[in-house]
Design a binder for this molecule. Structure first.
Ligand SMILES: *[C@@H]1O[C@H](CO)[C@@H](O)[C@H](O)[C@H]1NC(C)=O
Ligand SMILES: *[C@@H]1O[C@H](CO)[C@@H](O)[C@H](O)[C@H]1NC(C)=O
Ligand SMILES: *[C@@H]1O[C@H](CO)[C@@H](O)[C@H](O)[C@H]1NC(C)=O
Ligand SMILES: *[C@@H]1O[C@H](CO)[C@@H](O)[C@H](O)[C@H]1NC(C)=O
Ligand SMILES: *[C@@H]1O[C@H](CO)[C@@H](O)[C@H](O)[C@H]1NC(C)=O
Ligand SMILES: *[C@@H]1O[C@H](CO)[C@@H](O)[C@H](O)[C@H]1NC(C)=O
Ligand SMILES: *[C@@H]1O[C@H](CO)[C@@H](O)[C@H](O)[C@H]1NC(C)=O
Ligand SMILES: *[C@@H]1O[C@H](CO)[C@@H](O)[C@H](O)[C@H]1NC(C)=O
Ligand SMILES: *[C@@H]1O[C@H](CO)[C@@H](O)[C@H](O)[C@H]1NC(C)=O
Length: 795
């Protein structure tokens, strides 16, 4: 501990400075400081002493920390020294300073005085002051060091080396001082050598005391115990120190696992840290199972490492250890368990591809069969319809409701899902699948036709005109309903809603309407799971019904009455006049024939025109009449049904003039509202006025003939008028009705048989001014008429 006046002065001035401050603070006087300590310093040696000032406490505390940590120093002690405390640091009883290990300790001393804490450091330098050799502690300890060797170690082999420290580097010598002499030798370098004659092969222990001395006479000594172990001739040894075996689970208790074999004498086997699942036969080394290994019950059995020891029965210390790794393989003894066990579902036929129909939840209780694969086996109906997407059954192809094939199986697709586990052997579970499709109306009906029909205009009520066919691809196929939407007012056709058959409903008249264009609505029926008018699909098609003409109209001549005057010199190739007759039935072809009044066959028809044969007005010879009333029958057909009408043509011939122009003058008399005879080939009904004319004409003829005869006989002039009386019986003919044909009856009272026409007498050629009196059947007015000219005078 060096004392420097300047240092003390500094400390003093610091202390004074502190005192001069308002309050005296607790402080260490003498710290920090550095001290040097000899390595050989014994316990209790005072390392350092210093003072704590300004501590007015009666029980201050002091602690110390050493770096590096050591227990070589005692806790600082406190002693009162007047108003201050003295603090002393000493070496502990365990002190063993070694400058080669630690040559400086830093001690940090902390004191607490009431509320105040003060600390400071002391640096302790260790100085080596040892000079004699030092033997290695364990060797030099009471028990000494131990070495074990096999008896077969070669002779004079080094078995131990004495380790020491020689601080002064003086040369040392080694000697075995106990026993002396010894079978062991020690080399100059401190190696203990095995006996030159070797060891006998038996266990033996030697104890040697070895002393090391240096040239200065310093020494250390120690003890060495040599344990000699005998060497076995045939040691227990496993040819294979580690084996791995694989067995299957569920092989039952006592199942063979493996056999281990060790070489050596009297070998016995045992399991180290026994495993309850296996046991080993001590004599044979066969390892078996103690119980049935079920991985599902005890999964941890999957892998086990056994340690097996083989040993010499007579010399237990001779042993060897082998490891046996046992892997228990899972045996697939459980098929996958799935829910649901059967899939029954009902989906619309329009369910999109990829839609999930059902999800399976499957598990496999077998430890190593948890990887499950799913596949679907279709039947003929459901081929390609489904696929498995993991554990989901999804639609693979469009499901169909609209086929006879699926209808034949009640619209039910069936298939089987096969769930296969990954065990050995693989086990499967089958899940039956029944997917029923429900209908969706996804097709519109289509009109097939035909779209054009024809019907005779006289077709009676109920006549089938034809059948409109329509299809609908939705099952039940072609289940459609027909309605006539429009095209006829009033309705003349009726359509069977189910069959599409078109029937005649009302009377048809080609002449009124020859073609009907009907808009037909075709609506499909029952194409949805429930009748659903909203989803009903319909289509429209337009059909045309052509009404075929049927001869149901008589020809009509307009005017019906003709009158003309010609000169007899008119050439025969000229037409006297042409009849204006038509028939509304377009199929009708009118034929004209003169059926009455054709005296001397002087007139003939050329189509609808009247021509004549040469007249003869020879006053001395043949003198033809000069006035004719021709009845021309106009017929519209040559076959039944046949209608005809009769036109009346009055022709006056001017006989003598040969220089007159050959043109004819045709005068029509439209004011004569004569009625037309509608005549069929079977029945004829003359009009009243005609009957009147006919009767009067006939009466006049008879009268004229009788007057002529009377005049010829008597020469009296011709006079008198009896025509009115003559009309009466003819008028009565109107009441002679023939109702054989109701159709004709509806039109007109049937006429008497046509043979009556033969009774129409030729008109008398006599020229009488107004030789008849008659009544217009329409207006009821009476008139006089000229039977030759047809001229009338109203009364
Ligand atoms: C301790 O007592 C002395 C004398 O009585 C006084 O001067 C000093 O300030 C006191 N110290 C403390 C820390 O109170
Ligand atoms: C510690 O100091 C505080 C004020 O600084 C004081 O109140 C207290 O009493 C003191 N404690 C002791 C044990 O002296
Ligand atoms: C061996 O060393 C110890 C001290 O370490 C000493 O007391 C003893 O005498 C020594 N023995 C001999 C034989 O020198
Ligand atoms: C045991 O056997 C192995 C090989 O068979 C051999 O390498 C080893 O040296 C033997 N151990 C003993 C102690 O004989
Ligand atoms: C047996 O198992 C251990 C540890 O699991 C391993 O180190 C050793 O290589 C295995 N032995 C054989 C033969 O597989
Ligand atoms: C059996 O399963 C376990 C874990 O589940 C796995 O480690 C092992 O490799 C599997 N063994 C076989 C053979 O698949
Ligand atoms: C799914 O459909 C495709 C073609 O549409 C077909 O090739 C495939 O085989 C089907 N899958 C199954 C599982 O039927
Ligand atoms: C219309 O349907 C009927 C009955 O199904 C069938 O006999 C007829 O041939 C069909 N006509 C057409 C044009 O398809
Ligand atoms: C003759 O037939 C036409 C057309 O069918 C008809 O209008 C007319 O009334 C008929 N006349 C008689 C007298 O029956």
């Amino acid at each position: 501990m060096g004392f420097h006046p300047s240092e003390s002065l500094l400390k003093l001035s610091i202390a004074l400075l502190c005192i001069m401050q308002a309050k005296g603070q607790v402080s260490f006087v003498g710290l920090p400081d550095t001290v040097t300590l000899l390595q050989s310093s014994a316990r209790g040696t005072v390392v350092y002493t210093f003072t704590m000032e300004n501590c007015n406490s009666t029980n201050p505390t002091v602690t110390m920390d050493a770096s590096p940590t050591t227990n070589f120093f005692n806790t600082p002690s406190l002693t009162i020294a007047g108003l201050d405390y003295n603090i002393e640091i000493t070496l502990s009883s365990t002190v063993a300073l070694n400058a080669d290990v630690v040559n400086q300790y830093i001690l940090t001393i902390t004191a607490t005085c009431d509320n105040e804490t003060v600390f400071n450091q002391l640096f302790v330098m260790i100085k080596n002051d040892i000079v004699e050799p030092q033997c290695e502690p364990k060797f030099s300890s009471q028990a000494g060091d131990t070495v074990t060797v096999y008896s077969n170690i070669p002779a004079s082999s080094p078995i131990y080396k004495v380790v020491l420290r020689q601080p002064n580097n003086a040369p040392v010598t080694y000697s075995i001082i106990q026993p002396s002499p010894s079978v062991f030798a020690i080399s100059t370098s401190g190696s203990v050598l095995s006996p030159t004659s070797g060891f006998t092969n038996a266990a033996k222990t030697y104890q040697l005391q070895i002393k090391v001395t240096d040239s200065l006479g310093n020494s250390c000594n120690g003890t060495l115990t040599v344990e000699v172990l005998p060497v076995y001739q045939n040691p227990i040894n496993f040819t294979v120190p580690s084996t791995a075996v694989t067995i299957r689970e569920n092989a039952g208790p006592g199942a063979f696992v493996t056999t281990i074999t060790a070489q050596g004498n009297n070998v016995q086997y045992e399991m180290i840290s026994p495993n309850s699942a296996y046991y080993i036969n001590a004599d044979t080394g066969i390892i078996r199972t103690t119980f049935n290994l079920d991985l599902e019950r005890i999964p941890s059995l999957a892998s086990t490492t056994l340690q097996v020891r083989a040993y010499d029965k007579n010399l237990r210390s001779s042993s060897a250890i082998a490891t046996v790794n046992i892997t228990v393989l899972d045996v697939n003894d459980m098929a996958p368990l799935c829910t649901p066990a059967v899939i029954v579902n009902q989906v619309p036929q329009t369910t999109p591809i990829g839609n999930i129909l059902a999800t399976l939840t499957c598990t496999d209780p077998d430890v190593n069969s948890t990887a499950l694969s799913y596949s679907v086996i279709s039947n003929a109906n459901s081929l390609y319809s489904f696929r498995m997407q993991s554990n989901n059954l999804v639609v693979n192809n469009t499901l169909n409701y609209d086929s006879a094939e699926i209808a034949s199986v009640n619209f039910q697709y069936s298939a089987t899902i096969v769930v296969t586990d990954s065990g050995t052997p693989q086990l499967t579970t089958n899940i039956p699948v029944f997917i029923t499709v429900t209908p969706v109306n996804n097709y519109s009906p289509q009109c097939i036709g035909p779209l054009t029909y024809s019907v005779n205009e006289n077709a009676p009520f109920g006549t089938v005109v034809g059948q409109l066919n329509a299809t609908d691809a939705d099952y039940k196929f072609n289940n459609v309903e027909f309605t006539i939407e429009g095209g006829q007012n009033p309705p003349v056709f009726y359509m069977d809603p189910k069959s599409g058959e078109i029937h005649v409903l009302g009377p048809l008249d080609f002449e009124t309407r020859s073609s009907y264009s009907l808009r037909i609505q075709v609506v499909d029926l029952n194409n949805d799971i429930m009748p659903d008018p909203v989803n009903q699909k319909s289509t429209y098609c337009t059909i045309t019904i052509n009404v075929q003409d049927y001869n149901d109209n008589p020809p009509v001549c307009n005017p019906p009455y003709y009158s003309t005057t010609i000169y007899s010199t008119l050439v025969t190739t000229s037409n006297i006049l042409s009849l204006q007759c038509t028939d509304v039935d377009p199929t009708s072809t009118l034929t004209y024939s003169i059926v009455g009044g054709n005296v001397d066959n002087l007139f003939l028809m050329n189509g609808n025109s009247i021509r004549h044969n040469p007249f003869s007005y020879n006053p001395d010879g043949v003198y033809n009449p000069v006035s004719f009333t021709l009845l021309v029958k106009v017929t519209d057909s040559t076959s039944s049904p046949q209608f005809s009408t009769t036109a009346i043509v009055n022709i006056d011939v001017v006989p003598w003039t040969t220089t007159q122009p050959t043109t004819t003058t045709t005068t029509t008399t439209p004011e004569k509202k004569t009625k037309i005879v509608n005549e069929t080939s079977t029945y004829w009904q003359p009009d009243i006025w005609f009957m009147v004319v006919l009767t009067i004409t006939a009466a006049l003829l008879l009268l004229a003939l009788s007057l002529l005869a009377w005049k010829l006989a008597t020469g009296n002039p011709i006079c008198g008028n009896t025509a009115t009386e003559a009309t009466q019986p003819l008028l009565q003919n109107k009441s002679v009705a023939n109702v054989e044909n109701p159709l004709d009856a509806a039109k007109e009272q049937p006429p008497p048989p046509s043979k009556d026409k033969k009774d129409i007498a030729p008109v008398s050629p006599l020229s009488l001014q107004f030789d008849g009196r008659a009544q217009d059947p329409v207006t009821g007015r009476e008139y006089l008429f000229n039977s030759h000219t047809g001229e009338r005078r109203w009364l």
